[in-house]
Design a protein around this ligand. Structure first.
Ligand SMILES: [Zn+2]
Ligand SMILES: [Zn+2]
Ligand SMILES: [Zn+2]
Length: 343
């Protein structure tokens, strides 16, 4: 009596299912539903793929597996062993979130969503499901999150903090191209990527604020909410396949008073970390060796481009933010590297 091999009880959101019986007989009936593919997997390799329909298994419709089995005489008379993996061809949403760093080693936390579908079932089963032994939807989501995170961390590390924030559209566009290719290599089509939050540490946020006026206060506030989500999403068992999260944790640790020299606030005497720009107790600027504002006279921190009191541009020596070349006042772009200059 030939058996019927079928993905029974597939639920919304299920991505894969492994048929529990690995002993397959010629004449068994394989039923593949709409939006499914069934892939034969044996000895670490994916073979024939079946699309929707009712298929009586014969040497004719299993040509790839037949070629492997045919080294045994009489193979077409006896059952054979194979893992049948059912793959959903529907569109799915995955979540990403991790910690990375920019080109200048500024810590970055980010999270968001991506949408994908299986494009090449054979490749997908070869590279991921069978190849990595990831046979459940839950583990698959974890795997893909780690795979996505790792590649996004790589990509973002090639950009500066200003590029990541100031050109987020462009950056996420470039990241999407890299990720698209990476997904294609494992048989998936990456349909869309959406960054929902991106953040750095308060120190770098301060610095960024001074380097650019483009970041408005509401945007800075919005970034505050990002941290927790990014942290929870980066705690993925998919780290085992390279979520890359372990790369930079020291940067996120609070500096300890034992190892970090402190800066005393000139006003209230509070001990502040050396990197602090403002007193953590009273808010007075700590590194006021920088330029005074020509308009209101407020002393500003070293490197400030805009007055912290009134927002007026400060007459610092004009240097390109990107390459550091001296530039003439009034220039719009750096003559050396072409970077747009903040006026
Ligand atoms: Zn103070
Ligand atoms: Zn001012
Ligand atoms: Zn430049």
């Amino acid at each position: 009596m030939p058996k019927v091999i079928e993905w029974v009880g597939a639920k919304e959101g299920d991505m894969v299912w492994r048929y529990p019986n690995e002993e397959i007989a010629w004449g068994d009936v394989l039923v593949v539903h709409e939006y499914e593919a069934a892939v034969f997997f044996r000895d670490g390799k994916a073979y024939d793929v079946f699309r929707a329909g009712r298929h009586v298994l014969t040497t004719a419709n299993l040509p790839l597996l037949t070629k492997v089995l045919s080294i045994i005489s009489g193979f077409d008379k006896v059952p054979f062993r194979a893992t049948i993996v059912f793959v959903s061809l529907k569109q799915f949403q995955g979540r990403f979130g991790a910690q990375g760093q920019t080109k200048e080693l500024a810590p970055l936390k980010f999270y968001g969503s991506f949408w994908f579908r299986v494009e090449d079932s054979n490749l997908f089963v070869n590279e991921v499901v069978g190849g990595q032994g990831v046979y459940t939807t839950e583990r698959l989501q974890e795997f893909l999150r780690g795979y996505f995170n790792e590649r996004l961390i790589d990509t973002l590390s090639q950009y500066s903090l200003i590029e990541v924030y100031g050109k987020l559209d462009e950056t996420s566009f470039l990241a999407k191209n890299v990720l698209y290719d990476a997904f294609k290599r494992i048989g998936l089509e990456l349909i869309d990527v959406k960054f929902e939050g991106i953040d750095t540490t308060p120190e770098w946020r301060d610095r960024l604020f001074y380097l650019r006026t483009g970041v408005l206060a509401p945007e800075v506030l919005r970034m505050e909410t990002v941290q927790k989500t990014a942290e929870s999403l980066s705690k993925s068992p998919g780290a085992a396949v390279g979520a890359g999260i372990a790369i930079i944790p020291p940067l996120f640790q609070q500096p300890t008073t034992q190892t970090q020299p402190m800066v005393l606030c000139p006003k209230c005497g509070f001990q502040n970390p050396q990197t602090a720009k403002f007193c953590g107790n009273c808010g007075v600027p700590l590194q006021v060796a920088g330029p005074s504002c020509p308009k209101c006279g407020t002393a500003n921190p070293t490197g400030a481009k805009f007055c912290m009191n009134c927002g007026s541009p400060l007459q610092t020596s004009n240097k390109c933010n990107r390459c550091g070349s001296e530039v003439q006042p009034g220039m719009k772009f750096c003559p050396n590297c072409g970077e747009k200059l903040v006026q």
